[in-house]
Design a protein around this ligand. Structure first.
Ligand SMILES: *[C@@H]1O[C@H](CO)[C@@H](O)[C@H](O)[C@H]1NC(C)=O
Ligand SMILES: *[C@@H]1O[C@H](CO)[C@@H](O)[C@H](O)[C@H]1NC(C)=O
Ligand SMILES: *[C@@H]1O[C@H](CO)[C@@H](O)[C@H](O)[C@H]1NC(C)=O
Ligand SMILES: *[C@@H]1O[C@H](CO)[C@@H](O)[C@H](O)[C@H]1NC(C)=O
Ligand SMILES: *[C@@H]1O[C@H](CO)[C@@H](O)[C@H](O)[C@H]1NC(C)=O
Length: 743
């Protein structure tokens, strides 16, 4: 709840006498207002409530980000007048062998300041030459260095706001970093020049109290780490010359602990639930099935998901796990007992160790979210040491990769110095992150799946992003391919979809002039070299001319074979197509082909296709069963005297019109594009855009064009052209990897 200042003055007069004869008073809001900003209370003026300040973009609350209402009805920490201060970035004038410009008075650099780096002659600049102070209190880009060839390792630089001791960069040399007063050092305090010419640990930076990690920064580090953990389960991967010891059937135990003490408000709590559900679902999308323990804690511990149930006879399913979550209520509790969390994890590990003789092969990930330092239950450092020794089994060097502990300091009043030492990472990397709020967590987790390494999984895509940035947007629809056919100066544009690294699916009518002078351009943004085009053998546009059908589009489907596999990236990945093993995996089912069809094609189901340039989503609804005839009969506008089912054969799906749902219509240039459905984070193509009854005038602007009463679109139903798809995509012993079709 947000309070205006007048309102808060009024509330501060309240002092209630209730609950029998106990006198119960509240923390006063008098003097708590902030100059230039607003505040929110997590639980009114009651004991345990958090008061959090909010400032406009580019400002932060000073001196404290938040206060807590204590038992004695005083705010803690001791309160002084608050105001919104401009976000400041650490002093960048620490560059060695060069200088920056401009130099500001008192070397203070605020939000939106821009600086340029210059190196002295004989030194070359490594890193960006221009940086901007961002709203999270960090400089954009990486830390530039003025480099001079000397030493086995590159110059490790100096973090803005900090200093370095050690100027020799030969193998075995160590350098240490410090931050100025009132700043905390994130990353490695000490780094060593290693045999491979790299520094150990991670790049240090100096944080103010108001400095945060943005979701993409966290996901870059955290996502990368967890991805390695997950993919080591999938493949026998070699990382930095170390072979990861986990096998295909190795076990991954993930412990997630979330602080739900009084300082976390209901909204945070809901955000945390959403984020954890998302994380569990995402991990499942890798087709990896770790064992989970989820703990909510304050001074007490509540086990939401017990890892032991995974070691019992009934493995919980994803649905069970998420249902548990839906039904988890919040209960207010004081205190933050992190030690109890680690103790519980230690005990669970102990039980697993006894039960499972392959414990030594297990990999463990502990992820802790908290917004405060531990204030009950004592310091957890010893417990963490005991967990380490249980996992390391006397070989801390060799077994490091079996344990990762991540700590996320959330939002206000984080006690970095307490939390930082609890993290455990491979190779001295820091696993401590500071997030602005739990709402940023979901985005952070979302980033994790979008990794290029999860090759071959069809239909994976990013489910959010900047819809105004075409590069970002492509990640939502990474299968989209643009096709241009030029014959005698006349061009025909179509869309297509990547269905395997080697093949693009599109409409046959895009190649109507199949003479040798035609040129074909196939692009995903990068031009792709075409080997050949396979047109459905039964496609014949003139087949029914004699019956009065001028253009007959049955079997309007073609596969473009590329010269080589496209590199699968976050922006270019295949879509799922019907009746393949992979689509079953995406649906998490063991369907037969017919069952897939029943599941995916139901009357009035929503399907989507895209506009040709900006990839805007157009929704339409399938008309099947009793609705079908009404839909297809509009095709008679073309020639009233013929049997409509001769024109619109059973191989077409029909959408359009305004009855029940107002559908969007397909436009010229969108032929061949995928008609798709999304299912739990995966995209499945069910049809492709073929032809329609009307050309709508608004189509030329690449807009979302509404259907009118009699506009209809007909899409080739992929379930009806499976023999063709299978004959090419499923063919074994070709130079390309085949798709496995189901019966
Ligand atoms: C304060 O809380 C209310 C509801 O809890 C929320 O709608 C509002 O966005 C919050 N204000 C800020 C600035 O976060
Ligand atoms: C996995 O890695 C080990 C050690 O590097 C190697 O000997 C083995 O052949 C690999 N197995 C597979 C299936 O690649
Ligand atoms: C995988 O599991 C099977 C049985 O569950 C076992 O026989 C096999 O040795 C395991 N493979 C590895 C590499 O651990
Ligand atoms: C297409 O159909 C027409 C009419 O039946 C026929 O004359 C023609 O040979 C067919 N073309 C092909 C390529 O099969
Ligand atoms: C409609 O189809 C009939 C044959 O069924 C044909 O004779 C007639 O020319 C067609 N009309 C048009 C406008 O195409």
């Amino acid at each position: 709840m947000a309070f205006s200042i007048q309102w808060s003055c009024f509330l501060s007069l309240l002092c209630l006498l209730i609950q029998g004869d106990a006198v119960w008073c509240e923390c006063s809001l008098g003097g708590m207002e902030i100059e230039g900003g607003t505040f929110n209370l997590s639980n009114g003026q009651n004991e345990g409530s958090m008061l959090r300040y909010h400032c406009p973009k580019g400002y932060y609350p000073y001196p404290e980000l938040a206060y807590r209402c204590q038992v004695d009805n005083q705010w803690t920490p001791a309160h002084s007048r608050s105001r919104c201060k401009r976000v400041e970035c650490p002093d960048p004038t620490v560059l060695q062998n060069g200088h920056i410009s401009p130099i500001h008075e008192n070397r203070k650099y605020y939000y939106e300041s821009k600086i340029t780096y210059h190196c002295y002659s004989g030194y070359t600049l490594r890193g960006p030459f221009r940086r901007t102070c961002l709203e999270n209190g960090k400089w954009s880009g990486s830390n530039p260095v003025c480099q001079h060839d000397s030493g086995d390792c590159p110059d490790p630089g100096v973090p803005p706001g900090g200093s370095r001791s050690g100027n020799s960069f030969e193998i075995g040399d160590k350098v240490t970093f410090k931050c100025r007063r009132k700043m905390i050092l994130m990353g490695s305090e000490e780094r060593e020049c290693q045999l491979n010419g790299h520094w150990s640990g991670s790049e240090p930076s100096c944080y103010y109290k108001h400095t945060y990690d943005s979701p993409w920064e966290v996901s870059e580090a955290f996502g990368g780490d967890i991805k390695n953990t997950l993919s080591s389960n999938l493949v026998n991967k070699t990382q930095q010359g170390l072979s990861i010891k986990l096998r295909r059937n190795g076990t991954l135990n993930i412990f997630i602990a979330v602080d739900v003490s009084e300082s976390i408000n209901e909204e945070d709590f809901q955000n945390a639930k959403v984020a954890i559900s998302t994380l569990i679902k995402k991990i499942e999308e890798f087709s990896v099935y770790p064992k989970y323990e989820v703990i909510f804690f304050s001074s007490k511990i509540r086990t939401v998901i017990d890892i032991q149930s995974f070691y019992g006879s009934n493995n919980p399913t994803l649905k069970d796990l998420l249902d548990e979550f839906e039904n988890t209520e919040r209960e207010d509790n004081y205190g933050t007992n992190i030690n109890a969390v680690f103790n519980q994890i230690r005990e669970k590990l102990g039980v697993i160790k006894i039960r499972d003789t392959r414990f030594s092969e297990h990999h463990h990930v502990i992820i802790l979210f908290t917004d405060g330092g531990y204030n009950t239950g004592g310091a957890p450092t010893d417990t963490v040491e005991r967990i380490k020794s249980m996992v390391y089994m006397g070989q801390p060097q060799q077994r490091q990769e079996h344990l990762d502990i991540y700590v996320f300091g959330i939002g206000t009043s984080v006690y970095d110095d307490n939390l930082k030492p609890l993290t455990v990472g491979t190779g001295g990397k820091s696993h401590y992150y500071r997030l602005e709020g739990l709402d940023k967590l979901q985005q952070t987790f979302d980033e994790i799946i979008d990794e290029e390494d999860v090759r071959g999984r069809c239909g994976l895509h990013r489910a959010y992003g900047d819809l105004y940035d075409s590069k970002e947007k492509r990640k939502n629809f990474p299968w989209v391919i643009y096709i241009t056919v030029t014959t005698n100066g006349e061009t025909q544009k179509c869309l297509g979809s990547l269905v395997s690294p080697r093949f693009v699916l599109t409409a046959a009518h895009c190649f109507k002039n199949k003479d040798s002078t035609a040129t074909l351009e196939v692009t995903s943004g990068h031009l792709l070299d075409v080997e050949t085009v396979h047109i459905h053998p039964q496609y014949n546009i003139t087949a029914k001319v004699n019956q009065g059908v001028k253009e007959f589009y049955d079997y309007d489907v073609a596969l473009i074979e590329l010269q080589q596999d496209v590199p699968i990236t976050i922006s270019l990945r295949p879509i799922c197509i019907p009746c393949t093993d992979e689509t079953n995996a995406a649906l998490k089912q063991t369907f037969t082909c017919n069952q897939q069809e029943d599941f995916l094609l139901q009357n009035r189901d929503k399907v989507t296709f895209l506009t040709k340039t900006d990839l805007k989503e157009k929704d339409a609804h399938l008309k099947l069963g009793d609705d079908r005839y009404n839909c297809i009969k509009q095709a008679l506008n073309i020639n009233q005297t013929i049997d409509v089912t001769q024109v619109v054969t059973d191989n077409f799906l029909c959408t359009g019109g305004r009855s029940i749902y107002l559908d969007k219509v397909a436009c010229k240039g969108e032929s061949g594009g995928a008609v798709f459905k999304n299912h739990e984070g995966r995209t499945i193509q069910v049809a492709l855009v073929s032809w329609g009854t009307k050309i709508m005038p608004k189509c030329q602007y690449d807009q979302l064009v509404n259907s009118d009463d009699d506009s209809r679109d007909f899409h080739i139903n992929l379930f009806k052209v499976l023999p063709f798809l299978k004959s090419i995509l499923g063919k074994r012993d070709e130079s390309y990897a085949h798709l496995v079709f189901i019966d």
